[in-house]
Design a protein around this ligand. Structure first.
Ligand SMILES: [Zn+2]
Length: 323
C-alpha cells in the first residue's frame, strides 16, 4: 500500500523534468498541492524572487494551521536543475517519502509542517534559495527539522539496505531490514558548511536541531539515468515507516550524538566491498579505530565520488544482469 502511494507520487512527478519555470515544474507544483489536499492538508504557496528566473515557489502545509506551538518541519526540494533526467532520486524520492510521512503523522494528530522547497540546486553558483527564503518568512517556532535528499537509491552496490543519517534531532534510526548509519557531518561535508549538501544547512545555521537523511550521491546523480527505474520502493517504504515512528515519539527527541564510530566503520566496510575504491586508504581508516580527521575525510571523499561516478554504471549493469 505504502509502496503504491510512493510509486504514484514518483510517477506523477517524473513525467517531465522539473527545471524552474518549465512546464514540468508548474505541473509538479499542481501535483504537490493536490497530493497535500488529498491528505486533508491545506497547501499554501510561499513565493520568492530569484534574479534572472523570476517568481519561485515553496509549497507547504501545516497539520494544525494557525497553531503557535513549536512545530516539526519536514522538508525536501522538488525542483530539478542540473540533471538532464526527471530527478527521480534527486529529489522526487524524498518528496514522495515526505508526503507519506505526512499522511501517517496527520492520522496520528501530530503537529507538523511539511515544505517542498524550490531552488535547492545551484543556479548561478548559489543553492538552497527556497529553504533560505522559507526560513526568513516562516515565523512559527520550529522544534526540529528533517531534511531528505536522494533517498530512493544506493550510494554504490552493497548499499542497498543502507541509509546515511546525519545530525542529532532524532535518535539513531532502526528498522529490521534497513541499516541506518549515523555518521558525523564531516562524512557528508568534509569541507564544512561551505560544502553543505542540502537544505539542512539553512536550519543548522539558525541553530535548530536537524536530521539529514540520504541514501548517498550515486553514479547517476545529476544525469539522465536518474529515472524511476533506479528507485528502490521497498527501501523507501521502510524509510517512511521508520521516520514516521521516530517523529511520533517526541519524548526521545534529544540525543546529542553527531554520529558513531560503529556506523563509520560499517560505512567503510561496505565501501570496501565495492572493490573499486582505494583499498589502502579504507584499510588505514578502519585500523585507526576512531572517527576520521577532516583531512582524512577530505581524502576519502575526493576519492569516493569520482570513483563511484566512474565505475557506478558498470557495477550497476553487472548487478542488474545478475538479478
Ligand atoms: Zn537534491
Amino acid at each position: 500500500m505504502m509502496e503504491n502511494h510512493l510509486r504514484i507520487h514518483i510517477d506523477e512527478l517524473c513525467k517531465e523534468r522539473r527545471n524552474p519555470q518549465s512546464a514540468g515544474y508548474f505541473k509538479a507544483q499542481e501535483y504537490l498541492k493536490s497530493a497535500l489536499n488529498s491528505l486533508g492538508l491545506n497547501p499554501l504557496e510561499h513565493h520568492f524572487h530569484v534574479w534572472g528566473l523570476g517568481k519561485c515557489t515553496n509549497i507547504y502545509a501545516e497539520s494544525k494551521p494557525g497553531s503557535l506551538k513549536p512545530t516539526i518541519l519536514i522538508g525536501a526540494h522538488y525542483e530539478t536543475l542540473h540533471c538532464s533526467g526527471p530527478g527521480a532520486d534527486d529529489n522526487a524520492s524524498a518528496v514522495a517519502v515526505a508526503l507519506e510521512i505526512a499522511r501517517e503523522l496527520f492520522v496520528k494528530g501530530q503537529d507538523f509542517t511539511i515544505c517542498f522547497f524550490d531552488m535547492e540546486e545551484n543556479y548561478r553558483f548559489t543553492g538552497l534559495r527556497g529553504s533560505k527564503a522559507f526560513k526568513r518568512f516562516y515565523s512559527r517556532p520550529i522544534e526540529k527539522v528533517l531534511i531528505m535528499d536522494l533517498v530512493g537509491g544506493s550510494l554504490a552496490p552493497h548499499f542497498d539496505e543502507i541509509y546515511l543519517q546525519f545530525g542529532d534531532s532524532l535518535p539513531k534510526l532502526a528498522h529490521p531490514e534497513l541499516d541506518f548509519l549515523h555518521l558525523p557531518m564531516l562524512v557528508v561535508e568534509p569541507m564544512g558548511s561551505i560544502g553543505a549538501r542540502s537544505d539542512y544547512d539553512v536550519f543548522r545555521k539558525a541553530g535548530l536541531p536537524f536530521t539529514f537523511i540520504s541514501s548517498g550521491t550515486p553514479w547517476y546523480y545529476h544525469t539522465a539515468f536518474d529515472t524511476p527505474k533506479i528507485l528502490n520502493f521497498k527501501k523507501m517504504a521502510g524509510l517512511t515507516r521508520t521516520l514516521s515512528d521516530a517523529l511520533s515519539n517526541r519524548s526521545e527527541s534529544k540525543t546529542k550524538n553527531d554520529g558513531s564510530l560503529d556506523s563509520f566503520q560499517k560505512f567503510l566496510r561496505t565501501l570496501r566491498k565495492t572493490k573499486v575504491l582505494e583499498f589502502e586508504l579504507i584499510e588505514k581508516l578502519l585500523n585507526q579505530n576512531r572517527l576520521p580527521s577532516r583531512i582524512e575525510m577530505v581524502k576519502l571523499y575526493k576519492h569516493i565520488l569520482p570513483t563511484i561516478r566512474k565505475h557506478g554504471a558498470d557495477l550497476w549493469k553487472m548487478r542488474s544482469r545478475n538479478i
